[in-house]
Design a protein around this ligand. Structure first.
Ligand SMILES: Nc1nc2c(ncn2[C@@H]2O[C@H](COP(=O)(O)OP(=O)(O)OP(=O)(O)O)[C@@H](O)[C@H]2O)c(=O)[nH]1
Ligand SMILES: [Zn+2]
Length: 359
């Protein structure tokens, strides 16, 4: 995006009236708005109205790693030789790191994502359980999920494509489903319209066609991005960054390493939306806490027996629920340990202070 004026630049990165409102108290303090592109050990990279800058981090986040700045955050920046992040605007949505990765901290992978586009390749048999898992994560983040069936050109028979669309829709209540091909351009305009407002992430397994789709959405801007990717990554003061990509038709794409293959993380509230019809049926179970296993008067199992609910859906729901409970338990233990460490440190500091005063 070479010819943008400064206010256009922030808008191209997703700045809107609601963020401007949230920012107004900081404006009064002489701070300026910036969107965080990437956080690394030395600080972070942020887009400001004047372009991309490096900035230091000065937020005291305490023991909670989710309060550290992350890609997609809007921040209040104190200008200077080395600008410093003074505060973060409240997040609209947040994607949390999977606990199945080696580091089990609930770190935020991306913030302020409006649309979570889940790419499902049509080249293979539909992997609906994997889709349901990604959808629950997407719902839990607060973003609106959208399913994109990629490589639609590989399914020549429109009747077959119709069935695949119907199966996907049944696994994704409340979620728009689009068939898209980067090769033929089918469905690309419809996807462009979806992502034109706000910030989007592309999720999905390796080989689903996410990079190809990103390049399709970027159009000519893709060459610029790829050039930056190929260099040593020191593309300072460029307005196109690798992790936050303004799209020519409007909207921003977040393409941050680690987010693409995300697993489930604290997504239990998302499950209710992915399996909306099961939760609705559960209202008819005799027991409020029915696990739909062997309890008497279970309306969910009745629906499976009558053929109203496919067994595959119930099985998938139970597995995700169990997986989530395990992850949540591990997180609780870790958070408690960290909290203890934090308070011990505080106590030690306080004791040291008393000692010094006493001298
Ligand atoms: N036929 C067809 N092939 C496609 C389409 N989109 C992508 N492909 C091919 O699918 C393969 C994987 O595409 P990528 O875009 O690299 O997939 P990805 O999801 O980015 O994969 P990772 O980078 O591993 O996460 C490549 O060989 C692409 O050429 C499409 O619309 N139609
Ligand atoms: Zn039940």
């Amino acid at each position: 995006m070479p010819h943008l004026s400064s206010s256009d630049l922030l808008a191209a990165y997703g700045w809107d009236e609601a963020f401007a409102d949230a920012f107004s108290p900081y404006e009064a303090e002489g701070l300026s708005p910036a969107r965080i592109v990437r956080v690394d050990r030395g600080g972070c990279e942020a887009v400001t109205a004047a372009g991309t800058v490096r900035a230091g981090l000065a937020t005291d986040s305490g023991p909670d790693p989710t309060r550290l700045p992350c890609t997609g955050d809007w921040a209040a920046l104190e200008p200077g030789e080395l600008p410093v992040i003074r505060a973060l605007l409240p997040r609209r949505t947040a994607f949390l790191r999977s606990a199945s990765s080696k580091r089990s901290d609930g770190q935020v992978l991306a913030a302020n994502v409006d649309h979570a586009v889940v790419a499902v390749p049509l080249a293979h048999e539909l992997r609906l359980a994997r889709l349901e898992r990604m959808l629950s994560l997407a719902w839990a983040s607060g973003a609106q999920p959208v399913v994109v069936l990629t490589k639609a050109d590989l399914v020549e028979d429109p009747v077959v494509l119709g069935h695949l669309l119907a199966d996907t829709e049944a696994a994704a209540p409340g979620v728009p489903v689009l068939a898209v091909s980067s090769s033929t351009g089918q469905g690309v305009e419809a996807l462009r319209a979806v992502v034109a407002g706000g910030t989007t992430v592309l999720l999905g397994p390796s080989g689903a066609g996410k990079s190809t789709l990103t390049n399709t959405l970027l159009g000519e801007a893709a060459q610029q991005v790829n050039a930056i990717r190929d260099s040593d990554g020191k593309g300072r003061h460029t307005t196109t960054t690798r992790d936050l990509l303004p799209l020519p038709g409007g909207g921003v794409l977040i393409d941050t390493p680690g987010l693409r293959g995300v697993a489930l993380w604290d997504a239990e509230e998302g499950l209710g939306q992915v399996f909306a019809e099961i939760e609705a049926l559960a209202a008819g179970c005799r027991f409020d806490d029915c696990a739909h296993e062997s309890e008497p008067g279970c309306a969910v199992r009745d629906a499976v027996e009558s053929g109203e609910l496919p067994y595959r859906r119930l099985d998938s729901y139970r597995k995700l629920l169990r997986e989530n409970r395990r992850i949540a338990m591990r997180t609780d233990a870790r958070l408690r340990a960290e909290q203890r460490k934090h308070w011990k440190q505080r106590e030690a500091e306080a004791a040291e202070g008393r000692e010094r005063k006493g001298r």
